[in-house]
Write a protein that binds this ligand. Structure first.
Ligand code: AMP
Ligand code: MG
Length: 326
């Protein structure tokens, strides 16, 4: 067991990373489990600590576009346009990689996922380092992603020595992943930047973010982001519930039949940004109550609601009649 500390000491984080060790870092999306992306041994350590399968490639983070550009073959026009508008921010671009990025980071693919995150501490850290950081979410593979230093401590305490404390994540859901395939722009994963925002800048895109069972489309596994308590996602039918053992995750509605302490209403005023910011914290909280089942509403399929539905449907235990339309 390693002693795990939480703090704001950038020099300490930097020293650990320079020695090839792991540090949890804050970003606007979720906390990342970071290591030197140019050091295959350091990157391998990420997979081991998370229990992440090696076919699931990592995102490489840099301080700004100039630095990130050193790791890709080129920045096509569409990637320039999107990064000009949305970096730093919850947008990841998948581009042909340069050789300097080790195969372990990209799971052997000839493309690399790159991003410039928005968080002052992490930005300062990345600016001081002479290498980029590979960083998946700082949680055991398959579980809900962490959006606070305490979430990281709860699950990786004893396994890493330092968690850089950047407070609560402001977006709270992973980045939107975009690439070009056969001349068209595709969304590979829904996330903290909405499809509508992307389309407002580059026109219509193809949604290619369907979960698969095989994992061939890397990281888009059907079952992921999951609570330990079985979770159902869809329309909620209050009549057939055992109100004492059921938890509810809703957008705006409070359910009078269910004890208040077993419910989280993410945004009574109907703000999808707020809902996504607190989604994972709410899932963790409900998961900690020792209930038999969690019911999560289907969110409106617009803006960040799509990414919320994506995460909830992957978290869901699949039973017939519980999936949602659209
Ligand atoms: P995360 O688990 O949030 O770090 O996200 C990493 C995800 O980015 C992976 O699960 C993949 O879905 C995606 N990804 C990373 N690198 C690539 C790549 N080269 N091509 C396609 N998707 C990628
Ligand atoms: Mg993850």
């Amino acid at each position: 067991m390693i002693q795990t500390a939480i703090g704001k000491d950038i020099a300490k984080a930097r020293a650990l990373l320079e020695r090839g060790l792991l540090v949890a870092i804050p970003t606007e999306t979720v906390y990342g489990l970071a290591a030197n992306a140019l050091d295959p041994d350091a990157a391998l350590h990420i997979f081991e600590v998370k229990g992440r399968p090696k076919f699931d490639p990592l995102i490489v983070h840099g301080a700004d576009r100039e630095r990130v550009a050193e790791f890709v073959q080129s920045f096509p026009e569409w990637a320039k346009t999107l990064s000009d508008k949305f970096w730093p921010g919850p947008l990841t671009l998948v581009l042909p990689k340069r050789q300097i990025i080790p195969d372990i980071v990209t799971s052997g693919l000839d493309t690399v996922a790159v991003r410039v995150p928005l968080n002052p501490l992490t930005h300062e850290l990345l600016s001081q380092l002479e290498f980029p950081l590979a960083a998946p979410s700082a949680n055991p593979f398959g579980y809900v992603s962490p959006t606070s230093p305490q979430h990281v401590m709860d699950q990786l305490g004893g396994k890493i020595s330092y968690i850089l404390n950047g407070g609560e994540c402001s977006v709270g859901i992973e980045s939107t992943i975009v690439t070009e395939l056969e001349g068209k722009i595709h969304i590979l994963r829904l996330g903290g930047l909405s499809v509508e925002e992307i389309e407002s800048v580059i026109g219509p895109v193809t949604l290619n973010a369907e979960p698969t069972d095989t994992g061939h489309s890397p990281g888009s596994l059907k079952h992921h982001y999951a609570t330990k308590t079985p979770l159902l996602h869809g329309s909620i039918d209050i009549n057939n519930l055992d109100s004492t053992t059921t938890g509810i995750l809703s957008f705006q509605t409070r359910y009078a039949e269910i004890p208040l302490e077993h419910q989280v209403v993410l945004s009574p005023e109907g703000d999808l940004r707020k809902a996504s910011k607190y989604l994972f914290a709410a899932m963790r909280h409900l998961d900690s109550l020792g209930l038999k089942v969690l019911l999560a509403e289907a969110f409106p399929n617009v803006g960040l609601g799509r990414a919320i539905n994506d995460r909830l449907s992957r978290a869901a235990t699949r039973l017939s009649g519980t999936t949602i339309e659209g």
